[in-house]
Design a protein around this ligand. Structure first.
Ligand SMILES: Nc1ncnc2c1ncn2[C@@H]1O[C@H](COP(=O)(O)OP(=O)(O)OP(=O)(O)O)[C@@H](O)[C@H]1O
Length: 275
């Protein structure tokens, strides 16, 4: 059997995407078994910007975002039909190594989920997995600084990651995700388990992180999308064919989408007429 191909984001490559697009997600259909969860959703994710995914519960925001780094591969019955182009390749091509996809496209989840190990080891985890041979101390410090956590933990790197507060745990998870220097960082409702102060800290952090990374975030909170997202994609649920299938209604610069939505459905959602 032919070895799976690694995506090396340091390689020069042929790319047919516009230069400001880091990753182009064309989700034609996404299934869980026979259930069509998402259809017809084309979301170009712009480089060094924050792309927000908003929409009512069950419209497929998480399904799409998790498809972007092949996180859903692990779910039985999951099937993606379409094309996600990153760094000159379709990440769903059969010869692409999904581990290398996740190395380039990191993810942070809803619930902070540090491993039960020291703060240092949490951050070093992915680097060790990738057999990083350089200065581990330096890399861990860099990631913790980028995640705005260094000052709070520098004297207790040996403490268990689970001993931190919820907001600190989420920043630790961000440090863990960025330690391996992915190009894209996906965040699936990263603040939903946090209090308003910790939420603000993560939002400020996201805005800083976009200088180094391309960020995509799922959020239930429209104010949050307005505060942090440069582009926003609005999804809804189509029940017209008897199912409940999510789809992209419209997408655009956040300010334009919120102030002047093109679609009636977007207007109604933004006015709180359905949730
Ligand atoms: N592992 C799974 N197996 C089967 N169906 C699933 C699975 N995960 C999600 N679904 C279904 O796919 C649809 C989209 O779910 P998804 O979680 O992507 O929506 P969402 O917009 O992120 O929702 P929420 O805002 O409530 O988190 C829903 O109908 C959901 O029940």
């Amino acid at each position: 059997m032919e070895a799976l191909k690694e995506i090396d984001a340091n390689e020069t490559y042929e790319n047919d995407l516009p230069t400001d697009v880091a990753l182009d997600c064309k989700a034609e259909r996404i299934y869980y078994g026979d259930f069509l969860a998402v259809r017809d959703s084309h979301v170009p994710i712009k480089r060094n910007q924050i792309t927000g995914f908003i929409g009512p519960s069950g419209c497929g925001k998480s399904t799409v975002i998790k498809s972007i780094n092949r996180m859903n591969d692990l779910i039985r019955g999951f099937r993606f039909v379409g094309d996600i182009r990153f760094h000159g390749v379709n990440i769903y091509a059969p010869n692409i190594d999904p581990v290398s996809v996740r190395r380039n496209i990191g993810m942070v989840f809803q619930q902070p989920n540090p491993f039960s190990m020291s703060i240092f080891d949490n951050v070093a985890f992915g680097l060790r997995l990738n057999r990083y041979k350089g200065n581990m101390q330096e890399k861990v410090e860099k990631a913790l600084r980028s995640a705005a956590l260094w000052k709070e933990v520098k004297d207790k790197l040996k403490n268990n990651g689970l001993s931190l507060s919820g907001g600190q745990q989420q920043r630790l998870c961000i440090a863990r995700a960025i330690a391996t220097e992915p190009r894209v960082l996906l965040m699936d409702e990263p603040c939903s388990a946090l209090d308003p102060i910790a939420t603000r800290q993560i939002e400020e952090l996201m805005v800083k992180l976009k200088e180094q990374f391309t960020v995509a975030i799922v959020t239930h909170n429209m104010q949050q999308a307005m505060r942090v997202a440069d582009q926003t994609a609005f999804f809804a649920v189509d029940i017209s064919r008897g199912g409940r299938t999510g789809y992209l209604v419209e997408m655009g610069p956040t300010k334009e989408l919120f102030e002047n939505p093109q679609e009636q459905l977007t207007k109604e959602y933004l006015q709180g007429e359905f949730s």
